[in-house]
Every structure is written in C-alpha cells, then in structure tokens.
Design a binder for this molecule. Sequence first.
Ligand SMILES: [Zn+2]
Ligand SMILES: [Zn+2]
Length: 285
Amino acid sequence: MVTHPNWKRRSSRAERLRADHPHAEELLLFYSQILALQEPLYVKARRSKWVSLVRSTASEDGPRLHLERLVGRTRDVLFQRFVHEAGTVSTDVLARIAEQVASRKGTIRTLLQTFLSGGAFDDLAVSFDCKPLPLEFFPRAFVQPIAEAMSEQEMRSDDNGPGSTAMRCPQCDWPPLLAVLRDEPEFKGRKLLVCSLCSAEWPFVRSRCPSCGEERPEQLQHHVTAFWPHIRIEECSSCHTYLKSIDLRLDGTVVPVVDELASVELDLWADEQGLTKLQKNLLGL
Ligand SMILES: [Zn+2]
Ligand SMILES: [Zn+2]
C-alpha cells in the first residue's frame, strides 16, 4: 500500500488512467506494482545519511550528486531483495532475468555498479542472453527512488530567468525524460525539463531542441492528438529525436511521469515517423 504523498499521487493517477485507457492497462498495472516496491526505498533513502556519500564537494564541478558513490553493501542487500520482488510481478522476460541475477554470485554488485557509473549493458546482456534494456530495468527502477530522495535533499534553486540551455540534469547528470509547461508567478507558460532518473526539474528555453540544441523554428515541430490533448510530441527535424511535453495548465490532475508512460500510442506513432525518443522511460518505451 503506497502512502507517501509523492508516490500516492503517481499510484492514484496510474489507477485512474488504467480505467480511461484500457490498452495501457497492463503496462500501468505493472507500473503500479513497481511503485509499491519503490516507495519504501524512497522513504529509507530520505531517512538515511546516504546523501553525504553522494553530495559533490565544493571543489568539484559538474552535477551536485555523484550517484556512483552509492555502491556499497547496504544497497546491494536492498537491490537483491528488490530484484527478487520485482521479478515476481514482472513479465516472463524480466522474471527470467531476475532469476538469473539471483542465482549468479556477484551479479547484484556488477549490475548496480554498471548502472551507477553510466556504463553500457551490452556485454552483460550477452551473458544473460537478453537485450540490454530489460536488464537495465532492474537497476534503474531500484536507483530511481533513491536518486529522487537524494536530489530532493540537495535541491537548490536555479533561477536563471526564463530558462537555461542545460541538456542534462544539474542534479544527477541524466538526460530529461519529458518537458512540462506551467504558469509560474513570474513566467507564464514556463518550460521545465524533468530528469529521467532523479525527477528534478530545471527551466529550459522554450524553442530549443534539448537533444542537439537546434533553435531554428522551422526545424522544431509539435504534434497533438485528441486522445491526449495535454501532451504534445516535440520533434526536432535536425536530430530526429522527440520528447513529450506535458501542458500542466490544461489539466490539473496530470502527474507527468505517469501520463508520459500511459500515452504509449504517441510513442508508437513517433516510432512510425522514424523518430527516436530522447530518453526512454522506465519501462523502456
Ligand atoms: Zn536528475
Ligand atoms: Zn535536435
């Protein structure tokens, strides 16, 4: 049972969207189960002193969090339990990977270390006889709530006017998952990018591709459908990538990360147009 407000909001939204969008039902049901496993990790991380391990020092440039420093026995034990529990609610493919991870000595640490250091999963995936994406699902789903808890504790206000041109999260250095548009006291329709790992938001200039920096208006287009009127696909014709931009001014009940995941038909459409998503979501879509 999910009770923390941040996670409750996601869980309730997933339930609501499941009723309204039957084709995304299975996906949202799985996501709800993962949320229930993530919440205790978030709560534990908020109560822990782990942030002192990952906080960047005054002499370090770059992101504020160095998540690679989370590698350690406590997280190994938690990750092992998480893989087991996630495996029991997963699809066959994920369940098989979870079983293999559990049965091979040392894999827990390797998987977590590879993820936290931003390494590629290709070689590991070969040894698991699976694709890299489903293998990466486990450490990503595990680290996400911990990264969110760390990020909230280290949050600083970056009031840089209407928006920066930073293409990666200033907190943890991951790429954005989506953009939101919101009215703020000083900026109407402010655009913020939302981190795909720690969920931090940072203001971003409105007409610019967050993947390649393209700013020519004729290269930047957006597409909207009747099914998801508050979500638009923002396409860049220069680098052929897209991300979803969610207009929070149109619907106050929206929870961006959940709506992003549920609007899977927009990803299918974008894929048919030959576009690549800037950053896939937790479920690999
Ligand atoms: Zn981040
Ligand atoms: Zn671009």
